[in-house]
Design a binder for this molecule. Sequence first.
Ligand SMILES: [Ca+2]
Ligand SMILES: [Ca+2]
Ligand SMILES: [Ca+2]
Ligand SMILES: [Ca+2]
Length: 193
Amino acid sequence: MKSLKALAVALAVASVSGYGSLAQARGGFDGDNLLDQHTQLTTLLAQYDSNGDGRLSSDEIAAARAAEFTASDSDSSGGLSLAELQAMQSKRQSDELSARFAVLDSDSNGAVSETELQAMHPLDSTATAAVFKLADSDNSGGLSLAELQTLEDNRELWWHFASMDADADGAVTQAEFLATQPQRGMGGRGGRH
Ligand SMILES: [Ca+2]
Ligand SMILES: [Ca+2]
Ligand SMILES: [Ca+2]
Ligand SMILES: [Ca+2]
C-alpha cells in the first residue's frame, strides 16, 4: 500500500528531524499521542512532499531539510548558532500547532468546536467536555489557536482534573477525588458494569 510506505518514510524522517523525540517527551494520553502522530505526519507531508503525490522521496527530504537549514541561518553565516537553532525549533513547534489545529478544525471555520474535539477523543466524552470548558476561556463555544496552545501547555494537568471531575461542573468534590484515587488494586471501578 502506497500510504503505508509514505507513513514509514514519514516516521523515519520524523525521528531524523527530532519530531519523534518531541512526541515522546510530551507523553500524555493515548488518544493525544495518536493525534500527535497524525499531526506530525500531516505536517511532514505538507512540508516535504513538494510534488504532492502523498509520498516522500529521498530527494524531497534532502531538499526540504536543506531549505530548512538555509531559512534558519538567518544571518547567512553558513552555520546555525544556538539562537538560530532555537528559532528553528520554535518555528517547528508553531507549525505543528497550526497543523494540529487544522486537523481538529474539520469544518475549517477557524475554531475548534466541542464536537470537533470530541471526534478526537471518542472514548472519553465527559472528560473531553470538561477539558473543552477549561480551554474555551472566552466562552465563545470554539477554541482559537491561542486557546489550543494553552490547552497544549496544560494538557496533562487539565486531563487529570477532567478525569476526576466526573460531573464536569468545574470542581472536584471530595467524593469525586476519592472515587478516582484507587486506580489499581480495588477492582471496583472501571468502564464495565
Ligand atoms: Ca548563522
Ligand atoms: Ca470548526
Ligand atoms: Ca474560545
Ligand atoms: Ca465535579
